[in-house]
Design a protein around this ligand. Structure first.
Ligand SMILES: [Zn+2]
Length: 108
């Protein structure tokens, strides 16, 4: 699996720390190549945000409805049972983003 991300200008390896910056600041954030100083931005959203949102919603709402109405648990307990699913979903989305992210040069 090609986990290594490189600068499209000079080919330098981009550190994980730089890639994680993108997680905190979003797609509009630019990172600077530590070697050549060019500004880099992800090519596009590695995974579509709306898709994540939709899957997240479905994976939360369906189990909630199941626990609430079919099993008859109360709201807080149903939410607690649903929580691990949501956490797994978020972790999966992060890993997918990290694996699929590619950078392009942009004007600073
Ligand atoms: Zn570079």
């Amino acid at each position: 699996m090609a986990m290594e991300k490189t600068c499209p200008v000079c080919g330098a390896r981009l550190t994980n720390k730089l890639i994680f910056e993108y997680f905190f600041y979003g797609t509009s954030h630019e990172i600077k190549c530590p070697v050549c100083g060019h500004c880099l931005r992800p090519v596009k959203e590695p995974i579509p945000f709306m898709l994540c949102y939709f899957i997240g919603l479905i994976s939360m709402v369906l189990p909630m409805l199941y626990f609430l109405f079919i099993r008859g648990y109360d709201f807080v307990y149903s939410l607690l049972l649903t929580l691990p699913l949501i956490i797994i979903e978020i972790i999966t989305a992060c890993i997918l983003t990290f694996v699929r992210i590619r950078f392009q040069e942009v004007r600073c």
